[in-house]
Design a binder for this molecule. Structure first.
Ligand code: FES
Ligand SMILES: [Fe+2]
Length: 349
């Protein structure tokens, strides 16, 4: 039995619970951080509640929508879109409905074709997109796929941050052009996460992490001759930018849904399918590795896994962020961290 990850206040961040097209007018069940949720739309606007009727604990996702109200399947209590119970059929006409008769409604945002929820007052800014690609008409961004892995979101995101596995796991698809040896690179803190740049002579990759689970990999073609990866192949020109984005939804401690996006400022006339085609293969190559990682939860003590200073700089920085965001109660008995790595040499760009 896997323990729930209780060391992080992940409830205080925005997380997606579904793609926009997965939430319609009928109530449906979703899962976030081990919590069962029900989502539905009234007049196009999504509402998300805990999937629990306060009367006798029935699952509201088994209910139905009637006149814009979510009606519990068990005794017919009707909740409006704010979660207030507005009708209890068993009470006489005009009877006062107790104030406590409410569904637990969560703050909701609909952005980037996803519906996002914060289970507690969010503490971090809402994640953005490099180059404002969603609003810049020079870019085309689309969701290339949705994947569900039996793995912790931490492990999933760490895999996305880690480019030193490319030449092994993605041989022939997205290898570093100058080989597996990793040159020193610098990981910079940002207002809501971290950022770093890595160049392999053919591509400049700019990674940004919006803590905890949103990663952008902005790739700019430096030299289109050879060394292309699947998303740049075919007629790439210097200066072309492709942004791969991975947003992880922690369904529970060891199940993660991943929304993968491709953005590009080139080949705008081409079919999106051409750019989505390689994604399933790449993701499957990663899934096999990540689902088999043990322990499933990233060990709280950094000393339990071995870091090599230069290639694992991003992973180390990510794990430090995990510790920085850990619950204060946990810090008291917190793990001892290995000495901070010496600042790597700056790369000249
Ligand atoms: S359990 Fe929902 S109305 Fe009774
Ligand atoms: Fe990978």
């Amino acid at each position: 039995m896997i323990q729930q990850d209780t060391t992080h206040d992940l409830r205080r961040f925005w997380h997606p619970i579904a793609r926009s097209d997965e939430i319609g007018e009928d109530p449906a069940a979703f899962s976030l951080l081990g919590e069962a949720l029900v989502a539905f739309r009234v007049d196009g606007a999504p509402s998300v509640f805990r999937d629990l009727c306060i009367h006798r604990g029935a699952a509201l996702s088994q209910g139905r929508i009637d006149d814009g109200k979510l009606v519990c399947p068990y005794h017919g209590w009707a909740y409006d879109r704010t979660g207030a119970c507005v009708h209890i059929p068993a009470l006489p006409e005009g009877a006062v409905i107790p104030k406590r008769a409410r569904a637990w409604a969560y703050p909701v945002r609909e952005e980037y074709g996803l519906v996002w929820v914060a289970l507690e007052e969010p503490e971090a800014p809402f994640p953005g997109w490099p180059d404002d690609a969603w609003t810049d008409p020079g870019y085309r961004v689309f969701c290339a796929g949705t994947y569900e892995w039996n793995a912790a979101a931490w492990r999933v995101v760490e895999n996305v941050l880690d480019f030193s596995h490319f030449n092994f796991v993605h041989k022939g698809y997205t290898e570093l052009a100058d080989g597996p040896q990793i040159k020193p690179y610098e990981v910079e803190p940002t207002a809501d996460g971290l950022a770093y740049v890595y160049e392999d002579g053919k591509l400049r990759r700019e990674y940004t992490l919006h803590f905890p689970f949103v990663v952008h990999d902005r790739k700019r073609v430096i030299d289109p001759d050879g060394g292309v990866t699947w998303s740049e192949s075919g007629g790439s020109r210097a200066g072309d930018v492709t942004i791969l984005t991975f947003i992880a939804q922690p369904m529970d401690a060891v199940r993660t849904r991943i929304y993968a996006f491709v953005g590009r400022n080139h080949s705008l006339q081409a079919q999106d399918a051409d750019f989505a085609a390689g994604f399933d293969t790449i993701m499957e190559q990663d899934r096999v590795i990540v689902e088999a990682q043990r322990p499933e939860l990233i060990p709280p003590d950094l000393r339990e896994e071995l870091y090599v200073l230069v290639p694992d700089a991003a992973a180390m920085a990510y794990r430090r962020l995990m510790h920085d965001y850990a619950r204060p109660a946990n810090d008291a008995a917190g793990p001892e961290l290995p000495a901070r790595a010496p600042a790597p040499r700056k790369q000249s760009h």
